[in-house]
Ligand binder design. Structure first.
Ligand SMILES: [Zn+2]
Length: 422
């Protein structure tokens, strides 16, 4: 295997979990020219310019964050510096959820996409303005701010980076315009052949003049518009208009949509994640397909007067519970989801979702050398949510480093939360 020249890098002595390749165990990985060159039980005799000792670490296909906000400087306060969320957090691929629009996709490609070290993809916004601060200016997000023909054309011209369509089904918008925007979003999705990604859970204030709509009615109206392969986001939200009905049950039509009609679920963690809701949704048999972190410029900051219930309720975003993609993984482990399934949610599954499973999401020879190295600390770690729940988790997933197309990055981002002893 090593006879025909030396490798650039060998990652050795780690435990590999690669769900798409069906591997779980002790494997070494060799990289050459930015691609996976070999995977073997023992490559210790092979020659390499660099050897990375992954003893005691978990080696997985480069993590894909399906819900990022990294269109920095263009999307108001939302956009974070890409590589702090990406490679310097051990995440090799970022999918910006609805930041760029048909008019601003060029900036996403050239200003942030080409300068970031992380692989930069997006779900293009259904709205002309893209992902601005809609909670401040909800009127920008009505049907008048959508142009299907323009968005379809631009999405088709940018299929190398546009992997889906993003829209919001939430009661602030519903109180103004019903779900007309979602129907236009589905038209864009159908014409482009790209999945439709729907934000659930109240985000925008309801219109002053209109009566507050029935959050359960929104789900009943929304689901028939969505099709197999479309994505429902934020299943674990504590905000109204999510997976749990007003009477505290999982909507039966949601179960049917997920189990029989092939709708997919993305965690889209954010600051509204609730352990209680997560437990309820998982207990009902709804398993997320992917695990977006949904970090943005509001929810990675802690408000000045944190700790008070007033601080928690004053904004839909602010929170005191620090999180990122690996904290979301730790929470799912704590909730009883098997490690191999959690790994699939950040690798094999999102790669399939965006139709790139022939290049990323698995460590097979010829694939991109996108690799994440993690450490699973054991002990008692405090995890918390913004409804005030705290749990003691026996495992905490921490990023160590990653290779992105063969280039090594240490996980030194200030966005990686500290481990807190329980
Ligand atoms: Zn988001």
């Amino acid at each position: 295997m090593a006879g025909n020249g030396q490798f650039d890098t060998i990652i050795e002595k780690g435990t590999l979990i690669d769900p798409a390749a069906g591997r779980n165990g002790r494997f070494d990985i060799a990289v050459k020219d930015g691609k996976i060159a070999a995977v073997g039980a023992d490559l210790s005799t092979a020659q390499a310019a660099r050897r990375i000792d992954a003893s005691g670490q978990l080696v997985i296909p480069g993590m894909i964050d399906t819900h990022a906000h990294v269109y920095q400087h263009v999307t108001g306060k939302f956009g974070l510096p890409p590589d702090m969320v990406g490679v310097r957090s051990g995440v090799t691929t970022l999918i910006d959820q609805g930041g760029p629009s048909c008019m601003t996709i060029g900036g996403f490609r050239h200003l942030v996409g080409e300068t970031a070290k992380s692989r930069m993809l997006c779900f293009i916004s259904c709205y002309l303005v893209g992902g601005l601060e809609g909670h401040l200016y909800p009127d920008l997000y009505g049907p008048i701010g959508v142009n299907a023909e323009h968005t379809i054309r631009v999405a088709k011209e940018n299929l190398d980076i546009v992997k889906g369509i993003k829209a919001h089904a939430e009661i602030g918008g519903q109180s103004r315009w019903g779900l007309d925007v979602i129907r236009i979003g589905k038209e864009i999705s159908r014409e482009t052949g790209l999945p439709l990604y729907i934000h659930l859970g109240q985000l925008w204030p309801t219109a002053d003049s209109a009566p507050i709509p029935d959050a359960d009615e929104l789900i009943r109206e929304l689901l028939p518009i969505m099709e197999e392969g479309d994505i429902l986001a934020h299943p674990f939200t504590r905000h109204p208009g999510g997976f749990v009905s007003g009477s505290g049950e999982i909507h039966p039509i949601l179960l049917e949509a997920v189990h029989q009609r092939g709708l997919l679920v993305d965690v889209g963690h954010g600051s509204h994640f609730s352990f209680d809701v997560a437990r309820k949704v998982l207990d009902a048999g709804i398993m997320p397909f992917t695990l977006g972190a949904d970090m943005h410029g509001y929810n990675v900051q802690v408000p000045v007067n944190h700790g008070s219930d007033a601080a928690r309720s004053e904004s839909p975003f602010f929170g005191v519970a620090p999180f990122n993609l690996t904290i979301a993984m730790s929470e799912l482990l704590h909730l009883g989801v098997p490690l191999e399934d959690v790994v699939a949610m950040v690798s094999a599954n999102p790669a399939r979702l965006i139709g790139m499973d022939d290049r990323i999401g698995s460590l097979q020879p010829g694939h991109e050398a996108d690799v994440s190295l993690l450490k699973i600390e054991t002990g008692r770690f405090k995890l918390s949510d913004n409804s005030g729940v705290e749990v003691a988790s026996e495992r905490l997933v921490r990023p160590v480093s990653c290779l992105r197309a063969g280039e090594l990055f240490q996980a030194d981002s200030p966005f990686i939360p500290d481990a807190i002893a329980a």
